[in-house]
Design a protein. Structure first.
Ligand code: SAM
Ligand code: SF4
Length: 473
């Protein structure tokens, strides 16, 4: 295999204008009329400019209530009430970098280093399947051992690992270090879903402080350009993110929006997802809390992101506590992880629930998938394991074509109901089954009578009574 290069993408540019973002962060409070105009534009499902996003970020407390209401409304119209569920699977915690905030940093000698063997990986996958998971994100440190070929091999192994009677993983996403174009081609070939890279901070000075210059991750531009190379390599389904707590949260939101607008303009397709992890405690990590984000600001940033990029999925992870997750859910989140364990081997060997000597950081919500599903349904969300778009080739530009008004609601809700029925039939506890049955009745009652509704009813019956699985629109 050829050695990875450090070549940037075609026409790579630094699209983060620090001075401009900084001046937008400190712009004066916008007039109520201006904020309302921006909300109206967003409710027409149009992406916002950087200036418009900054005005929402700078709006006062009273107008912020209107921002929440608009975010909630937009989420309902674009996504309906479904929430996609996934689980993270940590493959290896070896790392050559020294990111100041991370328990996997090379200088942390108190962490047990480990890479799952392929038989161990298969056992973890079976354990996840037996809980009902269908979608995983594989996570890796940055290390020469974790090259594109290795990552591709782990992806193929996950897809090939099935368990009786209906256990299978239908979508594998990746969170790994940036690659060169050849590397992306290799992982694409293995059938990955989304390739996620978090910029961590879009503020260059802070970036340099957190990532020592002589490490691979110390090169800001290599990372910023990482997903453009993914596009050049044929991975048109990408996820961006920032680690909130390193610098001013408003600046980071503007960085994320700049990145989304850049990808949309350059490649005709924006990011599929945005993640906004907040800093968590980790072993031998001591971060100055100046920029830590309060719960209140956290919810505002989610609402503003929802309005700024109407068609981009928003991922909230189990770093957040149950209470924050429950509260934030209605303002625009479309995906969460559940039943998560982030220590290596955590799904098969996890005796202590939070073992900091093995983890990258500490989780906030360690409830089981079953409990998270039950709570979602009690709050009238439809938990979904749908993987239909990706398997029907509706990604990248093609996905954008389908992301027309009503599509997500028309196709995604029925798909969500079918995958939820699979979960209820195969894995749910009796209590969750009862809550699920009530939700299903309510959802069916909401549907207009007609061909689609009869088809959904007949598919749900087929799943319940004839053992049919993996039916999608
Ligand atoms: N090593 C690869 C990289 O850095 O891109 C893969 C991702 S790393 C294992 C996953 C993400 O965890 C990082 O991008 C970072 O945003 C996040 N992370 C690291 N330390 C964290 C902490 N203490 N609290 C919360 N999230 C953290
Ligand atoms: Fe390594 Fe990623 Fe952690 Fe940085 S964030 S130390 S690259 S695992």
């Amino acid at each position: 295999m050829p050695m990875p290069t450090m070549e940037l993408s075609r026409n790579a540019v630094d699209f983060i204008d620090d001075a401009r973002l900084q001046s937008l962060v400190s712009a004066p409070r916008p007039e109520p009329g201006r904020v309302r105009e921006i909300l109206a534009k967003s409710l027409q499902k149009q992406a916002l400019t950087l200036e418009e996003t900054a005005d929402l970020l700078n709006a006062d407390a009273e107008l912020t209530q209107e921002i929440y209401a608009a975010a909630h409304q937009l989420k309902e119209t674009v996504y309906g009430n479904r929430i996609v569920l996934f689980a993270p699977l940590y493959i290896g915690n070896r790392c050559v970098n020294n990111c100041s905030y991370c328990g996997f940093k090379a200088s942390n000698k108190d962490i047990t280093r480990r890479t799952l063997t392929f038989p161990e990986l298969e056992r973890e996958v079976v354990a996840l399947e037996k809980k009902g998971h269908k979608r995983l994100i594989l996570v890796y440190g940055e290390h020469p051992d974790y090259d594109a070929e290795f990552i591709a091999q782990t992806v193929r192994t996950v897809y090939a690992t099935k368990s009786e009677p209906h256990g299978e993983i239908r979508r594998v996403n990746i969170n790994a270090a940036p690659m060169d174009v050849e590397g992306y081609k290799i992982v694409k070939e293995a059938g990955i879903g989304t390739y996620q890279i978090f910029q961590e901070t879009y503020h260059k000075e802070t970036y340099a402080q957190c990532h020592p210059p002589k490490t691979r991750k110390g090169d800001f531009m290599w990372r910023l350009d990482g997903l453009s190379r993914a596009m050049d390599g044929g991975c048109d389904d990408v996820g961006i993110g920032a680690l909130f707590g390193l610098y001013d949260w408003r600046f980071e939101v503007l960085g994320l929006v700049s990145h989304a607008l850049f990808l949309q303009e350059r490649f005709g397709v924006g990011p599929h997802t945005i993640s906004f992890p907040r800093m968590r405690p980790a072993t031998n990590v001591d971060i100055d809390g100046t920029h830590f984000v309060s719960d209140e600001d956290f919810i505002k940033l989610i609402a503003v992101l929802r309005l700024a990029v109407p068609y981009t999925g928003l991922i909230m992870t189990a770093r957040e506590t149950q209470e924050v997750r429950r509260k934030a859910m209605g303002f625009g989140v479309s995906q969460i992880d559940a039943g998560s364990r982030i220590e290596l081997g955590g799904y098969t060997e996890g005796k202590e629930l939070q073992a900091l000597d093995k983890e990258q950081f500490n989780l906030g919500d360690i409830r089981s998938l079953d409990l998270v599903m039950r709570e979602l349904m009690e709050d009238d969300f439809i938990p979904s394991f749908c993987t239909s778009c990706y398997r029907l080739g509706r990604t990248g530009e093609h996905f954008m074509e389908f992301a027309i008004p009503g599509f997500i609601k028309r196709f995604c809700s029925p798909n969500a109901m079918c995958t939820l029925q699979e979960y209820l039939s195969d894995y749910a506890s009796p209590e969750t089954q009862a809550v699920g049955a009530r939700l299903m009745e309510k959802e069916l009652a909401k549907m207009e009578d007609g061909k689609m509704k009869s088809e959904v009813i007949s598919r749900l019956e087929a799943i319940r009574n004839t053992g049919k699985r993996d039916l999608y629109f």
